[in-house]
Unconditional design. Structure first.
Length: 123
């Protein structure tokens, strides 16, 4: 039986600001934005090429805004990914090269943190 992670909640204070950040600056695709009721808004965004999406909105999680720490995304070229983020106004760390991969870190406007990882070539 396959177990697939396909949706991760990202807690935010301002849904429209967060959506604009992830779509316009980070480059995620806006899949859905639906106001289900007065207390539930469901916004689903997907990183390019990913099988896993994020959800943000109102009524989608009980986590405090900014409390999602360390979501990691694998990219083929961390330098190029960092360049795209910086070009779109995202404050991203310098590349942190480790034996198990090269990393770039950034945060969304609420303080949720992300890591981009370029996996080293496998023998």
């Amino acid at each position: 039986m396959d177990w697939k992670i396909e949706l991760v909640a990202i807690p935010v204070t301002d849904v429209d600001r967060a959506k604009a950040f992830y779509v316009d600056q980070v480059g995620f695709h806006a899949d859905h934005d639906h106001q289900v009721s007065d207390t539930l808004r469901f916004v689903q965004l997907t990183p390019p090429g990913s099988a896993c999406s994020i959800v943000l909105g109102t009524g989608t999680t009980e986590m405090a805004p900014g409390s999602q720490k360390g979501v990691q995304v694998v990219v083929p070229d961390v330098e190029a990914a960092r360049g795209e983020l910086v070009a779109h106004g995202v404050q991203a760390s310098e590349v942190d090269a480790q034996p198990w991969g090269s990393f770039v870190y950034f945060s969304d406007p609420d303080g949720n943190t992300w890591a981009l990882q370029q996996v080293p070539p496998r023998p």
